[in-house]
Design a protein around this ligand. Sequence first.
Ligand code: ASP
Length: 292
Amino acid sequence: MSAAQQACLAAALVTGYEVLGRGASSVEAVEKTIRVLESSGLFNAGIGSRLQLDSVRRMDASIMEGHRLRAGAVAAIEQIRHPITAARLVMEETEHVLLVGEPATRFARHFKLKLDRQLSPKRTSFKAVRPRQVSGPTQKTLDLYRVMRIRRTVGLETVGAVALDRAGTVAAGASTGGIALMLPGRVGDTPLIGCGVYADNVAGAVSMTGVGEGIIRIAVAKEIADRLAAGASPAAAARSVLKKLVTRIRGAAGALVLAPDGRFTIRHTTPRMAAGYWGGTGKPVVKDKFER
Ligand code: ASP
């Protein structure tokens, strides 16, 4: 973790904590925290999002609250600076849970969400394929994908947050530019409720990062939430589900897990994961290695 990333994580935690301190909802805290990270360009989300193999940035995000189990998500959205806000708008302004692709982008623009020039396809700098607008894999991108997927695990820095507000409602959110070297149109776990995020006031809130293909196949966030609801502690629930992910399908992931009583854990199967929390010390704790 660079000093800039560390400072940004601390600033994001301060933002979220101030929102909760004002008595606002955990949904608001999660959204505002993630917006700080999306704006930074220091993580793989918002303006820092990765390119797909056709040189287009397509982003995914989701948010869920644990009182009424409302959820909203966007997948393969383009050019929008804050996909997490688009996800919240899907949750609060529609009866749907997930909007995808160009219609999701138009939906966000309808609500006047900021576009970012850095996210415009014409301004990308990936040299392997000339920037162009294609909507699906071509022979060229498939060839590139096959050659390069071996290096897929380079840096995975999706952003996410979990929070508990004064009313006792938990919320979880996540926002990503996906993984390295993905085919155009690939969607990971992040916008899939029960995979990348889950929140239920009788269980807790979970936000995931890692290789989405594995997280989806285990439905990790819901599986952790189910174990919390059955009485496991956040640490035990995260430990057992991450172990299942690794042993059954050789997956790799990190989890933020928060119980409705405020107990929480941060766990990862990878050597490092940059994350932070408020530990009652007056300032946020930010580290890139947590108990494994
Ligand atoms: N989970 C994200 C995805 O698969 C990537 C990440 O967490 O870094 O799209």
